[in-house]
Structures are given as C-alpha cells and as structure tokens.
Design a protein around this ligand. Structure first.
Ligand SMILES: *Cc1c(COP(=O)(O)O)cnc(C)c1O
Length: 356
C-alpha cells in the first residue's frame, strides 16, 4: 500500500540512546534537559531568536489566540487544516474568511482590508504546503490597522523566505511536529515570536501560568511537550537534511514526468527556499479528481484530499461563500511523498495521472 505519507523513523538505536538519557535521570516531562536541548538545536538550525516546543501544533494556535485575539474577529483563510478555524471558534473568537490566491493557495492579501471591521483583532493565515503568505504586505496591513498577525506555520518547518526563516514572521508563528509532518516528535508543535515580552507570556501560558513553584504570572494551560517527545525530535533532527534531499528528488520526478494536461500544481512564491513538504495536484474538475482517486485506490495508492472541505463551509464557522477556496478544495489532492517512496512506485502513480 502506498499512502500519502509515511512517518520518518530514525534508526531505533538512535532513538533509544536518547531515551536512555531520560531513563538515567528518571525524568520524563516538565521541561527536562531533552526538551531544552531540542529547543536550542531548533533555534540554531532554524535561526530563530526563540522557540517554545508544545505538545501539539494546535495548542500554540489556541494560546496565541487567547493572548492576542481578545474574542474579536479573526481574519483567516478558508484553505487550511480544520485546526486553524477550530482554534478560532474554540477561543471564542469569530472567523472572518478571506478567499485565497488561486495559484499560491495562501490568503489573498488584496482582499484582507475590506474584511476589517472595528471588531477585528488579528489575522491568522496559513503558509499552505510551506508556501509563504505575502508576509510583507500582510505586515503592512496589520500595522496600518493595529492588528496582530498569527501564522499557522504547521507546514513551514525549514522554509526560508528571502533568506529568513519563515517561522520568524508575524507576531506569533506556530508549527506542528505531528508524525505526518516533515519534522516530527510523534505529536508536537511549537510557537515562535520575536517579541521578548510576548515570549514570556507564551511561555508561562503553556505551563499553567507558572512563574515558579509558588507564584503565577497569569492564566495558563498545559501545553508542555514531554521528554519522550523530545527524544523523537532529537533523533529525527540529524536526519533532516537527508529528509529534504530525498523529498526534493521525489518532487523532481513528479515535475519532470507528469504531463500536467488535466491538472496543475501550486505556484511557489518567489524567493522561497522550500521544504518539499507536500505535492498537491489540482484537477480540472472534482469529477476528474474523484475518478482518478478511484483508479489510484484500485492500485492500493492513497493520496489525500488536502484540504477538503473549504473551512468556510463547516457549519460552526458560519463562513461566507469563498468561490476560489471552495473550488480548489473540491479539486485538490496531495500525492504520496515520503522518504522511501521508490521511483517504481512513483512511476506507477505518474502513469495513471498521465493517462487521464
Ligand atoms: C497539522 C496541522 C495543524 C495541527 O497540528 P497538530 O500538531 O496535529 O495539532 C494545524 N494547522 C495545519 C495547517 C496543519 O496541517
């Protein structure tokens, strides 16, 4: 069976070597030395001024919205994973959708200003498939209207835009280290900010509000990642350059050999050093997508419909009609892409797509 993705697992000896460190200290959570070491390594690897590792990639969205959203209207993208919209509603804010750019698939920044009202507090946009949002233009709009910017960077690990880590943009940026993501800790995530005062708030918020054992800096929740999550991260990280190389080769084979007659892929924003995180195919029609998926499934090949449905159509978001997002969401699927996918397996996929 060929699935859309396959979790990268390091050699088990490397994993158990990290695990032994936790065993030897008899310390498996509450910000031990392994989480601190992983934070240091990620800071340096990604050239970030700080990073707080969290237990998944959704809680940092919730924490950021709790601190910055003020229960107001959040301008957001309808084309993302459901966590982006769900976090807004969960934190008692109101999602206000703005349609996406048909080629970049990120929020269309030219449509943001008309959606701003006196209730707007923040913009929450997703770097879809690791493709950067129009970060400079969004920053300009946010500054003009005094709004916070939160980036759902769940797909943005390892991406640079204009030679700067994509995760360093925005008031807060988040990441996901879920097992299906390009870098992972099994379950995990992170939040990043360049604002030191905000960093302190994010930090205590993810640890019950603790200032120390007896004092509290404010309201908090439990967003901590465990030492067991850190062991996975510490043993996957040394392989990350290899992961990128392998994925790059797979994507090159798709782009070299697919004929793009009845489908296309997305357009990468210029000046982006990408992370090869997803390979989406946008078909001419939903019928063609569905019939192609059926053909692939018959051969035990299982692409995934990322992202479907358009988030404005989920009942609890109460979104307005978003023609571009709804159209693309109904016609898009991500092709299998993981370390270990063989050229022969890829050619099987390519030949089905080229026969449409
Ligand atoms: C995976 C994902 C999330 C959620 O991350 P978890 O670590 O699974 O909580 C949020 N947003 C996007 C765009 C994602 O793809």
């Amino acid at each position: 069976m060929i699935s859309v993705t396959k979790t990268f697992l390091p050699p088990i000896a490397e994993y158990t070597a990290q695990l032994e460190r936790a065993w030897n200290k008899n310390w498996i959570t509450n910000r031990g030395e392994l989480i601190e070491e992983l934070e240091e390594k990620l800071k340096s690897y990604l050239s970030l001024s700080n990073i707080i590792i969290t237990t998944n990639g959704t809680i940092p969205l919730q924490i950021a919205l709790k601190l910055l959203g003020e229960k107001g209207e959040i301008i957001t993208t309808p084309f993302s994973y459901v966590a982006t919209s769900a976090a807004i509603v969960w934190e008692n804010c109101t999602p206000i959708f703005v349609d996406i750019h048909p080629n970049f698939l990120t929020i269309d920044e030219t449509k943001i200003e008309t959606a701003i009202t006196e209730k707007t507090t923040a913009i929450l946009a997703t770097h879809v498939f690791g493709n950067p949002c129009a970060v400079e233009k969004i920053e300009k709009i946010a500054t003009k209207h005094n709004l916070k910017v939160i980036y759902d960077g769940a797909h943005a690990f390892g991406v640079s835009y204009k030679n700067r880590s994509l995760l360093s943009f925005g008031t807060v940026s988040t990441c996901s280290f879920h097992a299906t993501k390009i870098f992972h800790t099994g379950e995990g995530g992170a939040m990043i900010t360049n604002d030191t005062a905000l960093y302190e708030k994010l930090f205590y918020s993810h640890n019950f509000g603790h200032k120390d054992y007896i004092e509290f800096s404010g309201l908090g929740i439990n967003g901590k990642a465990s030492e067991l999550q850190a062991t996975m991260g510490l043993s996957v990280l040394p392989h990350f350059p290899h992961i990128l190389e392998e994925r790059k080769k797979i994507i090159k084979r798709y782009t070299d050999f697919l004929n793009f007659s009845k489908y296309r892929t997305f357009e990468l924003r210029p000046e982006t050093q990408w992370n090869y995180s997803y390979y989406p195919i946008i078909f001419e029609t939903e019928e063609l997508l569905v019939s192609t998926l059926r053909k692939l499934n018959e051969q035990q090949i299982f692409p995934r419909r990322y992202f479907y449905p358009s988030l404005n159509t989920i009942d609890y978001t109460k979104g307005n009609v978003m023609p571009i997002s709804e159209s693309i969401a109904s016609r898009i699927a991500c092709l299998p892409l993981y370390v270990g996918l063989t050229p022969e397996e890829q050619d099987q996929i390519i030949s089905i797509l080229n026969s449409l």
